[in-house]
Design a protein around this ligand. Structure first.
Ligand code: F1P
Length: 347
């Protein structure tokens, strides 16, 4: 994950340099607002980055689906930084959004996987994810690489704006540097746990995915992956939003995948989950090793190590992707070539 991004992290100091970003320290300080613009899975990466940038670089961030952004009455000037995120660098709506923002005076940086793509040629600066070609249509490794790139960008911005001190820079950089080894170490165990539990779920018609805070976009991504490759209807919601409507869907037939890391919002998330349990929803929990409270709620728990809170979105993506993969395979779907989907949407 971290080796592929076109940036360098000094392992001692945590200092981040981003080779092709073309954004000076002064320009970082001048930013008033950031627009993150993307489609599909890349839009979910943008939603995660909003939390990171606002928390650490203290810049207000707006996140837009590119197909809406381009038709909005945009209030953009040269103090706005626009960041487009795209695996392919060719997605028509994202490209159009970038062109509009640049015309209005905004500098545009793109987080992109394809060298020489239209977006990288037209952007003012680029952070390459260099995740390699996605073999399948559904974006998977591109997503986790986008998250790594966006986290490096967050450290870069925070440092130049003085919102992150040296100790924080070190802490955040170390957290990111450590994540590939953690995933590699735990992957077989995660795969085994997910594989074991899908037997009870692969023939369900609908799924809900819920999460709060940094886990909310991962709930959206888990639902999208399941839809894309297994054709099961799935929706992602912010946990706290359930009681504003979706809770009406819950009965003993409805599987709900809940992300419950032991983070700042853990207790709130647990109380949402208790509400689901009270309505007999079939819960699959993805949570932290050692959190025995989860076993009082359900036996279907995927255990993940407890890590730096900011890294949870990267780690929690892995079981969400695997769940979609295992279910799709069990249903006989071609996970690499899902029907009706194109690798890049250029019209
Ligand atoms: C955006 C996207 C992908 C999705 C599918 C269609 O592409 O929505 O996230 O997996 O391939 O396009 P991109 O702008 O990230 O290339």
């Amino acid at each position: 994950i971290t080796n592929t991004v076109s940036g360098r992290v000094n392992p001692e100091t945590g200092e981040v340099s981003l080779a092709e970003i073309n954004l000076s320290a002064q320009e970082c300080r001048n930013i008033d607002r950031i627009f993150l613009v993307a489609c599909g899975t890349s839009w979910h990466a943008a939603l995660v980055a909003k939390y990171w940038i606002e928390r650490h670089a203290k810049i207000p961030v707006e996140v837009d689906i590119a197909s809406e952004f381009r038709y909005r009455h945009l209030l953009i000037d040269e103090r706005v930084l626009t960041i487009t995120i795209s695996q392919s660098g060719e997605t028509a709506d994202t490209l159009a959004g970038m062109r509009i923002a640049r015309k209005m005076g905004s500098k545009a940086i793109t987080i992109c996987n394809v060298v020489g793509s239209t977006m990288t040629r037209e952007a003012d600066g680029t952070v390459y994810t260099h995740a390699g070609p996605e073999i399948g249509v559904a974006s998977t490794k591109a997503f986790t690489s986008q998250l790594a790139a966006l986290f490096l960008f967050t450290i870069f911005l925070g440092r130049h704006r003085g919102t992150i001190d040296l100790a924080k820079q070190q802490e955040l950089a170390q957290a990111l540097i450590g994540i590939p080894a953690i995933i590699e170490h735990h992957l077989p165990k995660i795969q085994e746990q997910v594989g074991a539990l899908i037997e009870g779920y692969y023939d369900c018609r609908d799924f809900l995915f819920v999460g709060r805070g940094l886990s909310y976009p991962i709930a959206l991504e888990g639902a999208l992956k399941l839809k894309e490759i297994s054709y099961i209807h799935a929706e992602g919601y912010a946990s706290g939003e359930l009681k504003h409507g979706p809770i009406a869907l819950i009965d003993k037939e409805m599987p709900i995948v809940a992300m419950v890391p032991q983070d700042k919002v853990y207790h709130k998330t647990i109380s949402n989950i208790e509400e689901i349990k009270a309505r007999q929803g079939r819960l699959i929990l993805i949570g932290s090793e050692g959190d025995s409270h989860l076993l009082t709620i359900t036996d279907d728990v995927v255990w993940l190590p407890k890590i730096h809170e900011d890294m949870n979105p990267i780690l929690y993506t892995i079981p969400a992707q695997l769940l979609a993969y295992e279910i799709a395979t069990r249903r006989g779907c071609d996970v690499d070539q899902p029907r009706n989907l194109a690798k890049s949407v250029t019209v």
